[in-house]
Design a protein. Structure first.
Lengths: 466, 466
């Protein structure tokens, strides 16, 4: 094989970069094929590309040194947490160094009076919640997977109780990042609010590693509520279930979670978990507050559900019973997967104004039926955000095409309803093609920022910017 | 007088720009001295600089045309709302065109089911609340002045009930802006959350007109609570008052407002409003919820206050009584001003982690006493944000120097406590000198973004970036 001059030069510079990084990290850099492959592929059907090497860093200064070396040789740097992202965020289409941040897993400082905590990016959300539970505090964002908080920050993660507690956008107070030029930047101080200049924190939250590597995060915490109540409530239609959620919010019920599962979901769940739930659109809800408060919320919700033809509302306040309920909700992915053995699954998400949610879900359901696709729908109704879980055989070009066309229609349908092609999964490499349709000239602004802060395009190239 | 070639060239280009703008706006551009002076000075002691002309625009397209003309001639564009900002945001140190947005005062679209509203930037917060009250909705951000929502967005405004409802950061869903290159950008769509690329909305919120002119804003709305209760509670010390606020939050009381006034404030208030409140540190609080909920919050708060040596807690749920209470709170500025007739007032603000608030307030109080300055302190305790109202005679260089030195110490004290030099007033031209101390290398990132998006530095030059 004859290699081009460019290829030889690239290989040489990659080798030099790896040699320089090895001088710093010693045995904490790997070029083993299995390690590289594992770091190039996320949990979706995205085929993935491997990095040239994987560097296991221990602290901010090591991140800085690796970034400086990669900048010198113009080699891509791709931050890696738990690899549970869903749009190819951690894949390495141009090779480079995957920066594994899992060794950086220390909780650095808890300030119970200020309701904040500072963590390294490799701390996972479950690890954090274990750590702070004794102090009566919790961190609410729950995207399902036990993701790293660095990854959750980088992808602006969200989840089941965002309706009450917000997303990573609202819950990151400040962060430290190594920028493309090797500078260490702390985006804000620990004050709860600030009007001091551009909101660099929010710029980095959701930047998917394309502007810098996040190495410390200061997060907002919340007090564990005195009382938690949860329940399931069947509805005659997706519309009535959505209307119930809207009415709740309208009446000021501070609902903590409100999850819609469609009838396909319920069917799968009954089979998988041996349950006897009605196979109709169903809301899984949770209320947080005082004893009196949650009781009042339950009464209001029950009343609303009944008015809309739903119910009965089956609820529980005991932790064990609530545990079972949310276990069923969290099992839904496996329940669905069990219906389609042997195929690769593919979760996608969109988000529309709540008033459009029922319409969007219904149209999507008809679209699935029309094209013979199996895809249960579940959604965070309070936010207008929903997921479709699809299955596809990568080796079947007809199926791949049908799936891709469905995904395109779903994204464009949401955008047409003044929504977004992704409520919480992110753009990664998978959804770049929708960004222009969604944000028009805003994409040029993003591109200008990217070019200004990363002129060599070394930070996670091939993501977000089309 | 002999003018330099540069001055002549500048004058010519300003005249040409004004001529071209006049061709579009006809009589809606003014070069009258009084109009220019009025648009160059905010409500603080900042002496201000006048623009070369004031353009009264009616819509986004006119803003775009004015920006395009100013870009062609490299003339500054300074957006102007109600002129109630406090750090010289609207002053025009390099002349240019002040863009008066008050004609753009339409509420464009209310979506009650989605709890959002789209407004033009000249709509004020009171005007908006009048408009939506019938639908059982309200917009919570209340910075005191009846500011324009465009200005509030541009300065990331906040206020008394941010502790519960957040600031403009959390309540702007998306916005439309004319960028320095004349492009019209809509930063996001109407979905409640999105993970689609960089958070351009948050980048523009708080950018103080230095990146673009905001011409439409989509805001989050909230349901008017079923029950509102408010009251005053005296405390033996600033510390015990702060501890009461912290304990409330820790116990999960969703307190809507919690305002600290120090004894100086109370003295002024008693004199001004003929009240008989105890002249000790006092909390003004407000609770929102159901009837049962607010009653429960009152009980919890009373219990906490008593435990900390405070009380009795005097509360009211009738709108008339609550009105009187908050009137007193809002009168505090005038009450203080009446103590120092004939001097210019000067409000400043800082924000620290709540755990540091009592210490910061106490140190600031001692600092004022030591330097013989009169400066009542009032604060949004739930956020760690507080204000000092100072008085100064511009013509007395000794007093000016003492005031400026106090302001420097206050900002640096807050930064040393891991806080910010401004919680809600913004940087403007007045606080640029503290930005490096607060954010270090973050300032270089801001500068890069500014240069990338406004390479000719025409958008409100001389603000934010030191």
């Amino acid at each position: 094989m004859i290699m081009s001059v460019q290829t030889i030069e690239r290989r040489n510079s990659v080798s030099q970069a790896i040699a320089e990084i090895t001088a710093i990290l010693e045995d904490r850099i790997s070029i083993a094929q299995t390690v590289r492959d594992q770091h190039g592929k996320d949990t979706t059907w995205n085929p993935g590309h491997s990095p040239d090497a994987v560097a296991f860093v221990n602290n901010t200064e090591e991140v800085q040194k690796v970034v400086q070396i990669c900048s010198k040789y113009e080699i891509p740097v791709i931050p890696y947490g738990t690899g549970t992202s869903l749009e190819g965020h951690i894949t390495c289409p141009y090779g480079g160094v995957s920066l594994d941040l899992n060794n950086m897993n220390q909780v650095l400082e808890v300030n119970p009076q200020d309701f904040d905590v500072t963590v390294q990016p490799g701390v996972t959300r479950k690890q954090l919640n274990e750590y702070i539970r004794d102090q009566g505090l919790f961190f609410p964002i729950d995207p399902g997977a036990d993701a790293s908080l660095g990854g959750m920050t980088a992808t602006r993660a969200s989840g089941t109780n965002a309706v009450r507690y917000g997303t990573m956008r609202e819950n990151v107070m400040s962060l430290t990042a190594v920028m493309a030029n090797g500078e260490i930047v702390r985006t804000a101080r620990r004050a709860k609010k600030s009007a001091a200049g551009y909101d660099l924190t929010r710029l980095m939250v959701g930047s998917e590693g394309t502007l810098g590597v996040i190495t410390e995060i200061c997060l907002k915490l919340h007090g564990i509520p005195e009382s938690i109540a949860a329940g399931v409530c069947p509805f005659p239609s997706v519309k009535s279930a959505c209307d119930a959620a809207i009415a709740c919010i309208q009446m000021g019920v501070p609902i903590a979670r409100v999850e819609l599962m469609d009838s396909e979901n319920l069917k799968a769940l009954n089979t998988y978990s041996n349950l006897k739930l009605k196979e109709v659109p169903t809301l899984f809800v949770e209320f947080h507050g005082t004893e009196t408060g949650t009781r009042e919320q339950i009464d209001t919700f029950s009343f609303i559900a009944e008015e809309l033809g739903g119910g009965p509302f089956d609820w529980a306040t005991k932790e064990e019973d609530r545990g079972k309920l949310w276990q069923a909700r969290h099992d839904s992915y496996w329940a669905i997967k069990a219906q389609v053995p042997g195929k690769e699954s593919l979760g996608t998400d969109v988000c529309v104004p709540i008033s459009k949610l029922a319409e969007c879900v219904e149209e999507t359901r008809l679209d699935l039926e029309k094209h013979g696709l199996y895809g249960p729908i579940l959604g965070h109704v309070g936010d207008g955000n929903f997921h479709v879980v699809l299955f596809c055989d990568r080796d079947d070009p007809v199926e791949v095409r049908a799936t891709e066309e469905f995904l395109d229609r779903l994204a464009m349908r949401s955008i047409a309803m003044d929504g977004t092609c992704t409520g919480e999964h992110g753009i990664g490499s998978g959804k770049r093609k929708f960004l222009e349709a969604e944000l028009g000239s805003g994409v040029a602004v993003m591109r200008s920022i990217k070019q200004a802060l990363d002129p060599k395009n070394i930070m996670n190239p091939g993501k977000i910017i089309p």
